[in-house]
Design a protein. Sequence first.
Length: 417
Amino acid sequence: MLNFSRTRTQPRSTRSLSLGGMDYADPKKKSNFVGKILLAAALTALCILMLKQSPSFNSPSPFSHHESGVTHVLVTGGAGYIGSHAALRLLKDSYRVTIVDNLSRGNLGAVKILQELFPGPGRLQFIYADLGDANAVNKIFSENAFDAVMHFAAVAYVGESTLDPLKYYHNITSNTLVVLEAMAAHGVKTLIYSSTCATYGEPEKMPITEGTPQLPINPYGKAKKMAEDIILDFHKNVDMAVMILRYFNVIGSDPEGRLGEAPRPELREHGRISGACFDAARGIIPGLKVRGTDYKTADGTCIRDYIDVTDLVDSHVKALEKAEPRKVGIYNVGTGRGRSVKEFVEACKKATGVNIKVEFLPRRPGDYAEVFSNPTKIRDELNWTAQYTNLQESLQIAWRWQKSHSNGYGTPPVMGS
Ligand SMILES: NC(=O)c1ccc[n+]([C@@H]2O[C@H](COP(=O)([O-])OP(=O)(O)OC[C@H]3O[C@@H](n4cnc5c(N)ncnc54)[C@H](O)[C@@H]3O)[C@@H](O)[C@H]2O)c1
Ligand SMILES: *[C@@H]1O[C@H](CO)[C@@H](O)[C@H](O)[C@H]1NC(C)=O
Ligand SMILES: *[C@@H]1O[C@H](CO)[C@@H](O)[C@H](O)[C@H]1NC(C)=O
Ligand SMILES: *[C@@H]1O[C@H](CO)[C@@H](O)[C@H](O)[C@H]1NC(C)=O
């Protein structure tokens, strides 16, 4: 059974319906008669369900108190691409996980798969809530005993951020503030923050180190930089442990094929290169458009540092393990190697076995020629290095999932393909 809680805040009353801990509270508002009947019926049905499914439905939720030896991690955005992979890894490593996501971009299907893999009590709960809603977030923090927060939830498309900047400042900067305030109010001491190489903008010197000046050139990068600054200022006066991870271009998916990347179809136009590559291989789009062949790079196309999601989530677990009160760690998470778009397209053709049509077009405004990381700091301090550095293999793993999930998480896997 899906452990599904819904938190939403209404003007004068708080409702909480948590199938996991089974509580229903509506203290202030006087319900009408019909409402009471409906409520009683719903509760009876629920009780029967819970009695049938859970032997311990009466005990308090294991998520609501700290347990020695168990680290309870709040994963915001855990229904999304990276967050779901992080939740899978944490669960595998025996962490207790609460996912908060409003499914605006993520997939309930991914959460369901995690629930099926880790059905035990006190392993994983999903709370449907909007991080922009400070009351809802506070309620979640007061009802759950978190030891750490991995804050993935965000909107994350550079192109979209230039068209709709407020959406970015709201859902990145302002929501991070809400999460921080809740952490402060409820004494949660460890934060692992998802940042991005977009905070560096277009530096002149490659590779990018953590000391490279941050001069973001689009609202996405600026919103993330502002969120970083807020975290760093706040951190100065409290004994919080902070890790800021600046990811480069994330690709790949779970090598065991349980999870994948399934963005909303309407976001395709803003999409990333791997998504476009798979869409082209599947024939959903006629081919790949490579924008810009006259950059000052070896083959004229842009150069990026592609980091496999399995490596990326490993860096989060290492960051969590090494996080120390009053300390802040800022790390680039990349392979340290740049690959050109042409190289990527060749790897994609080989990984999918499809001779994808490629169209070469003029440059797209706002793209920078070359971006790749210097990942020595994270190697030296967290003992992390990228393991999945074969582009074609990472794409092959992701393609396997894509091919068997032609409708993302919307349809069950197609057998035998
Ligand atoms: N994918 C990349 O290449 C990349 C690179 C650098 C940084 N990042 C960062 O990694 C994080 C995760 O990115 P992703 O690629 O998994 O994105 P994603 O869109 O797949 O996941 C984001 C999740 O956050 C949820 N969410 C968004 N706003 C919310 C809100 N207000 N309340 C509750 N939930 C909300 C969405 O529903 C979604 O499930 C983001 O912070 C992103 O900026 C991603
Ligand atoms: C998700 O959160 C945003 C605010 O960040 C809100 O505007 C949107 O309606 C929410 N989506 C859903 C499906 O609740
Ligand atoms: C982000 O914030 C805007 C309000 O600025 C809201 O309309 C939108 O739904 C939010 N969420 C997402 C995922 O865009
Ligand atoms: C670093 O990681 C490797 C494996 O990834 C491990 O074998 C080694 O013991 C680690 N070193 C330290 C100092 O923790």
